[in-house]
Design a protein around this ligand. Structure first.
Ligand SMILES: [Zn+2]
Length: 314
């Protein structure tokens, strides 16, 4: 078991949008704690509950990692930093200024999701004072009571994306660069995952390179923010890279489509549904839509942006 007392890695359901969609991970090493991801502010109470359950205190938290600054990962960062007085936030160098002053980030997210959604989901994003922020440069090692946690720059999903390598357990917290795999899509404990291409930095070449990089660490497990641990890493890498290729082919085919996002989404849904079916997933269409619709919409929007940047502007 990669999660639980033996590894000191605990999965906390952030209850973000629905159950088992987004997680916050708690890493404990002899009384010291690091968190990976912060979901939204409302998830803080579930982290506090977990700390209490483990007999730990707010003061024990030393690091708060976010893999990238999309708000299902960094939306709670300001509130977490306030709640954990000794903790430093560790974020990719390109994310630092947006954590110190989240106004631009907030405006960008409103442009994608709408003001009402952002207000309901996140409230006001709290700014974080610069001395509480560590720039997670590529290769930076953070020491949690002797347990080394390493940041690696892994673009492709976002250009402000790190994975966190836990040397002790040989596991990698992969944020969104190594796919999304919801428990509802698992088959006999095997995880079906699909690539996440949400706006605005999707880059298929970089995503494949980051996937290869994660595999090159030879991990025992990858730990997905969405949602849980995966053990058969090389198999999943192949599946993800095949799907990245299919995604981009679908986007390119629809370069001149009238309602491009809708056209891409329709084909993406069939593509991922077929991949899931081939994997052994047996869900009704209604359930499949319920589980994947938000991601399919975001993936289509991200591919649309990718087309605009790479083809329309030339
Ligand atoms: Zn995410």
């Amino acid at each position: 078991m990669i999660l639980g007392k033996d590894s000191g890695i605990y999965l906390i359901d952030a209850h973000y949008a629905r159950d088992q969609l987004a997680s916050v991970y708690l890493i404990e090493e002899n009384g010291k704690v690091a968190l990976v991801e912060t979901a939204h502010t409302k998830s803080l109470e579930f982290v506090q509950d977990k700390l209490a359950e483990l007999g730990l205190f707010a003061e024990n938290v030393e690091y708060i990692f976010v893999t990238h600054i999309h708000l299902d990962h960094a939306g709670g960062a300001g509130s977490y930093v306030q709640a954990f007085p000794n903790a430093k936030l560790v974020v990719h160098p390109k994310g630092v200024r947006h954590m110190i002053d989240p106004s631009k980030l907030e405006a960008g997210v409103i442009a994608v999701y709408g003001a009402e959604f952002v207000q309901n989901m996140y409230g006001k994003l709290e700014s974080i004072s610069p001395e509480r922020v560590i720039s997670g440069e590529n290769g930076l090692v953070l020491n949690l009571n002797g347990r080394e946690l390493v940041c690696y720059d892994t673009p492709g999903h976002a250009n402000h994306h790190n994975v966190i390598w836990d040397i002790k357990t040989k596991s990698v917290f992969t944020g969104d660069v190594f796919g999304i795999g919801y428990p509802e899509l698992n088959v006999n404990g095997e995880v079906f995952a699909f690539p996440s291409t949400s706006p605005v930095n999707f880059d298929p070449i970089k995503m494949n390179q980051s996937i290869d990089f994660v595999v090159s660490l030879n991990p025992l497990a990858v730990i997905l923010t969405h949602f849980g641990a995966v053990l058969d890493v090389p198999r999943m890498a192949l599946d993800l890279k095949r799907m990245v290729e299919k995604y981009t082919a679908i986007a390119q085919k629809n370069l001149a489509s009238y309602d491009r996002v809708m056209a891409i989404k329709t084909e993406l849904v069939s593509c991922v549904k077929q991949e899931a079916y081939d994997f052994g997933v047996r869900l009704s269409d209604t359930k499949f839509t319920e589980i994947t619709d938000i991601d399919m919409q975001l993936n289509a929007q991200g591919l649309d942006v990718w087309l605009t940047i790479n083809y329309n502007s030339k």
